[in-house]
Design a binder for this molecule. Structure first.
Ligand SMILES: Nc1ncnc2c1ncn2[C@@H]1O[C@H](COP(=O)(O)OP(=O)(O)OP(=O)(O)O)[C@@H](O)[C@H]1O
Length: 238
């Protein structure tokens, strides 16, 4: 069973060249899949297609077996965007409650306060987001996703910008989602994090899948993900 399955996904912005060209891969249930690719390779376009923020043009996307445009599919997935735009006029508590309500859930205050304390945001849960630093906003996005615990969590470079201690905890929490049988699609340029955490890697370049394999296999074949990416970018295969 796959929590996310994409086949033949092609997308062009207007008359521009294809941003995605026949992309297909899966996020198997209870796994963490790393999505990797140079700037402009199509990662954000892919994620926006998955969340129906861009209307897909050809190919299929299913979330837990359901077409991604179905309201039930949308309730199964949570998206953490790469920016840190959050409603400034809300407190983190109000923001979390609002997002939880979108999913028909109640945000559990005790769990939220526990997460705040572990993410070094003690006593800040009821402060306005406008007073938060960039890192605190990123942590608020992450804590919200950890509270709503959807079948599929998609993270678009959200972890970039949080400090080392928070990163360590984030890794543990994401592994915890996997331990609970949930899945994560993690888009980041942080190779060591992917090597520690991701079960599989999907490497995109110019809108096409270059590698889709278990992380251990790619590391065994290339030495490291860093070397794998560099050798592809320097090769004539692009
Ligand atoms: N709104 C847009 N209009 C036209 N072209 C776009 C638009 N958004 C992205 N593109 C193009 O689509 C291609 C894929 O971009 P996308 O943002 O999906 O890549 P990415 O892998 O997420 O890049 P990055 O790592 O820089 O975030 C690029 O050629 C980009 O210029």
């Amino acid at each position: 069973m796959n929590d996310l399955e994409i086949t033949g996904l092609t997308y062009s912005y207007g008359r521009e060249a294809k941003a995605l060209d026949g992309v297909g891969f899966a996020v198997p249930r209870g796994s963490i899949v790393g999505l990797l690719g140079p700037n402009g390779s199509g990662k954000s376009t892919l994620i926006r297609n998955v969340f129906d923020l861009l209307r897909s043009q050809s190919g299929t996307i299913t979330v837990d077996g359901l077409p991604h445009t179905a309201p039930e599919a949308k309730r199964k997935a949570v998206y953490l965007s790469s920016n840190d735009y959050l409603p400034e006029f809300l407190t983190a508590a109000e923001y979390t409650a609002m997002i939880a309500r979108f999913y028909g859930l109640e945000a559990d205050r005790e769990s939220a306060l526990d997460l705040c304390s572990r993410f070094a945001m003690d006593g800040r849960y009821d402060d306005l987001i406008e007073d938060y630093s960039h890192g605190m906003r990123k942590k608020t996005q992450l804590m919200t996703a950890l509270l709503v615990r959807r079948r599929l969590t998609v993270i678009d470079e959200t972890l970039n910008g949080i400090d080392l201690e928070a990163m360590h905890l984030a890794e543990k929490e994401l592994a915890g989602l996997r331990d609970d049988g949930l899945s994560v699609l993690l888009c980041t340029h942080d190779f060591p994090v992917l090597e520690r955490l991701a079960d599989r890697i999907v490497f995109l370049d110019r809108g096409r899948v270059v590698h889709d394999a278990p992380t251990a296999e790619l590391v065994a074949d290339h030495g490291s993900l860093d070397t794998m990416v560099r050798s592809h970018l320097e090769s004539g295969d692009r």
